[in-house]
Design a protein around this ligand. Structure first.
Ligand code: HEM
Length: 507
């Protein structure tokens, strides 16, 4: 009897193993057929892993570089040494790293339907943001994008008056004696928190106002949001193991964040008026547009928090990185002062702000050299093809199996000498004066394709306006330590580890 049971078990096991082998074989055949149809060649470069099973050496090196603030430089070195497109396996999962503009274009634009965000992003971010534009793939993502589009279109006329009010608060916090050192990066983070919360919720947290005037709930929101955002970054970095970290403090912070946002979302849902009316009454176009489409409080909250996460630190980093350069480069600063002088001390209009040529080159260069979203990834939603990286010369198409992670370093793409020339490492705003410089998929501060940043116009206007106004208010900006170099501080977005410590002299 026992022998018969054993025999049956053995048969089941053999059938199971054969079915796996058959399935693998069929998949391989299908892959081979698709690859042959598209003229694919094996990927030319393989990353020389020491641990070929788990890829632990690669993971550990990444973690070490991340904590010693050289992750981006190290990934650039890898591309230079291994190749513009290389492959490896991490914990058994296939990964392709590439800085070939053609591949990036395929993943984010021409073949974007073949790719999804990937769990590392959706799972880690949903704990704070919930389900919204930043954590959704199609079809939900398309819905979010359509809901938000009208608000972004209305916001093209951006709020110079709103910025002016918060610049006033910022000015109050700045020493102008030509002696005292101040870290502008910290203050710009507060400044964009104040402007973003006003743009998104219709009510600013006013973190730049003296404490006595601050709304206690609003300041609680700002602190809780900072702390929760840090936890999300840790979970992304340690994914999938981050999910096992204690969530007690995180959940308490998320509850504070939600409570703050929900006050305003409820008002928007109750109001259900038009966005124009809401704007006149100091409400938020974003909230009103969302409330027109859904009465789901959680969904509106998610969209607003996604916008805050995407727009606040990024804009602060852009302004701060630019001032970091201005304080070290009198040649560039002088050109900016010359442009600002054309306003004869008057407040710049929106049109004048947008038409400030040199400052727009300066911002473009700042985004190129100090890329704020320097790494981007996607996961293949189905078997697909990438145009380059195969064969001995790396110029043939390559086959990509479903589940493969694609990672691109925008930081490294922005330093390609074949696109930017031998001076690619130099900070040179004038390069953008050259009409023949058309980097296309070689310049991606706001990414491209369907998920291109919808807030880029807002961010560029806020940054340009803020820079112009501060240059009007201060006749000199000097670095505390002119020899200090910009160094990456990579979290969800990237800013300068050393902040932006300067000495200001008022005009
Ligand atoms: C200098 C400032 C900014 C930079 C460098 C920046 C960069 C980016 C990048 C690279 C992405 C693509 C991320 C990805 O798909 O993996 C993105 C997406 C996004 N950005 Fe921005 N951004 C900035 C400012 C803003 C602002 C001010 C807002 C809104 C107020 C905003 C809202 C968004 C949203 C909603 C997405 C997600 C779009 C989607 O998935 O369809 N961003 N941004």
């Amino acid at each position: 009897m026992a022998g018969a049971t054993l025999f049956t078990l053995l048969i089941v096991l053999v059938v199971y193993l054969l079915s796996i082998i058959y399935k693998e074989h069929t998949i391989r055949l299908a892959h081979g057929k698709l690859a042959a149809q598209h003229g694919c060649q094996p990927i030319a470069s393989k990353y020389p892993l020491k641990d070929r099973i788990f890829g632990l050496d690669f993971v550990i090196e990444n973690l070490k570089c991340s904590s010693s603030h050289c992750y981006l430089i190290n990934s650039l070195r890898r591309f230079q040494e291994v190749g513009g497109t290389y492959t490896l396996r991490i914990f058994g999962h296939p990964m392709i790293q590439s800085i070939e503009p053609e591949n990036v274009k395929a993943v984010f634009a021409t073949k974007e339907k073949d790719w999804r965000l990937g769990e590392y992003r959706t799972v880690s971010f949903r704990d704070l943001l919930g389900v919204g534009i930043f954590t959704l793939d199609r079809p939900g993502w398309q819905e979010s994008r359509a809901w938000l589009r009208p608000a972004f279109e209305k916001k093209r006329t951006a709020d110079v008056e709103l910025y002016e009010r918060h610049i006033g608060h910022l000015f109050q916090q700045l020493p102008h004696d030509g002696k005292t050192v101040v870290d502008l990066q910290d203050l710009f983070l507060k400044y964009t928190m104040d402007s973003s919360t006003e743009i998104l919720f219709g009510k600013s947290v006013d973190s730049l106002l003296p404490e006595s005037k601050e709304d206690v709930i609003a300041s609680g929101f700002a602190a809780a949001y900072e702390s929760a955002k840090w936890d999300v970054f840790k979970n992304v970095q340690l994914y999938p193991f981050g999910q096992f970290r204690s969530k007690k403090a995180f959940n308490a912070n998320v509850a504070i964040v939600n409570q703050f946002v929900d006050r305003y979302v409820k008002m928007a849902i109750d109001y259900q008026g038009s966005s124009e009316e809401a704007d006149q009454e100091g409400g938020s176009v974003f909230m009103m547009e969302l409330a027109k489409n859904t009465t789901d409080l959680k969904r509106i909250r998610s969209e607003l928090l996604s916008l805050l996460l995407a727009g606040r630190d990024t804009t602060a980093a852009l302004i701060s990185n630019t001032f970091f350069v201005l304080a070290r480069r009198p040649d560039i600063l002088a050109k900016c002062y010359a442009e600002v002088a054309t306003f004869n001390g008057g407040l710049p209009t929106l049109e004048q702000t947008k038409n400030s040529k040199y400052i727009s080159w300066l911002l473009k260069e700042s985004l190129r050299v100090h890329t704020i979203v320097p790494v981007n990834t996607r996961t293949a939603a189905k078997d697909t093809i990438l145009p380059v990286g195969g064969g001995p010369d790396g110029k043939s198409p390559i086959f990509v199996a479903e589940g493969t992670q694609f990672v691109s370093s925008i930081y490294a793409i922005h330093r390609r000498k074949d696109i930017y020339g031998d001076d690619a490492d130099d900070f040179k705003p004038e390069r953008w004066a050259d009409d023949t410089l058309r980097p296309k998929w070689g310049y991606l501060p706001f990414l491209g394709g369907g998920r291109i940043c919808p807030g880029q116009g807002l961010a560029m206007t806020e940054a340009a306006y803020t820079i112009i106004r501060l240059l009007q208010l201060f006749k000199d900006i000097k670095a505390e330590d002119p020899t200090l170099e910009w160094q990456e501080d990579l979290a969800i977005t990237c800013c300068n580890l050393h902040g932006c410590r300067v000495i200001l002299t008022s005009a």
